[in-house]
Design a protein around this ligand. Structure first.
Ligand SMILES: [Zn+2]
Length: 301
């Protein structure tokens, strides 16, 4: 189960068709998704997608151009307009607002969030993959911007957009859930425990290690149940959600969390300034909602 239904067709088989991609740039139906210095442009609560023909200057801004795929019948390109000093001065963007994706996930539709996550992930990757990690020569985009190839004829290594898996675990004991807060989070916010998967590790091992490191709690490995995933390109995470059961409720403080605590159903239902959890539009919010509703996947017998 993915968190958001697919809303556009990546049509990956067309990425290698240079004639098709070239023709799309002069196709009047083609749309652009501009990204400016990792920020998105929204207007009236929706992503701004100007038509390529009326916004050709955005293409001339000279940044990376990635063919995202098809929105219905229309092609959509992500264009990096970071070189413009005042993007909002452009006629197609004059009524737009520059926003960070983190701050607007709740305000956008699921389909716009999906497009914005793809666009953001690709632009950040291009910015960081300019040189080959194998030999150090420059790389060049290929396949509509979904691959970068090393320009060194001796090397020719291919580089692909990276995605960093990150586990998110809602741990229960009896009828309470384990929530924590990291330093720097908004005041009163608590969430399920999370951490990056390390090299050579399985998802199950990552959950057990993170929960032990952050709260000193041992998770029963047989209790792990997959609950969904969410793209979180900050800069390249894929959040992978699990329900899990703890073997004990003794907590140990750690450097990673400012606080960790067991929370009852009654407390979760409350809404207080000094204690609140992410909303159901987020994967953490979905895990908590499933716990409250009793709809979390059952443990294997
Ligand atoms: Zn190389």
């Amino acid at each position: 189960m993915s968190m958001f239904a697919a809303v556009f067709d990546r049509a990956a088989h067309l990425r290698k068709d240079l004639d098709f991609l070239e023709a799309r740039l002069s196709d009047p139906s083609t749309l652009l998704l501009p990204v400016w210095r990792e920020q998105h442009l929204i207007e009236a609560g929706a992503l701004v997608l100007p038509e390529a023909q009326s916004a050709a200057e955005l293409l001339d801004a000279g940044g990376e151009l990635v063919w995202l795929g098809l929105l219905g019948e229309r092609s959509c390109f992500v264009v990096d307009i970071s070189r413009l000093t005042s993007p909002l001065a452009h006629p197609a963007l004059q009524r737009a607002e520059l926003v960070d994706l983190r701050g607007v996930v709740m305000r956008l539709t699921a389909s716009d969030v999906e497009l914005a996550c793809c666009a953001r992930a690709l632009m950040i990757w291009h910015a960081r993959a300019q040189f080959c990690g194998v030999c150090g020569h420059a790389t060049r985009p290929r396949d509509g911007g979904h691959v970068r190839a090393c320009t060194n004829a001796e090397c020719k290594a291919e580089h692909f957009p990276r995605t960093d898996p990150c586990v998110l675990a809602l741990v229960t004991h009896d009828d309470r859930v384990l929530l924590g807060r990291q330093p720097g989070w908004p005041r009163g916010m608590y969430s399920a425990l999370a951490g990056f998967v390390e090299a050579g590790e399985t998802l199950e091992q990552a959950v057990a290690r993170e929960v032990a490191e952050e709260a000193g709690v041992e998770v029963d490995p047989a209790s792990l149940r997959y609950a969904g995933s969410q793209s979180w390109p900050m800069p390249a995470s894929l959040m992978i959600g699990f329900h899990a059961r703890a073997r004990h409720d003794a907590l140990r403080s750690s450097d990673e969390l400012e606080d960790a605590r067991w929370v009852s159903r009654a407390e979760l239902a409350e809404r207080r300034d000094d204690f609140w959890v992410p909303p159901p539009a987020t994967l953490a919010g979905q895990l908590i909602a499933a716990f409250l509703a009793g709809t979390a996947p059952k443990e294997r017998a």
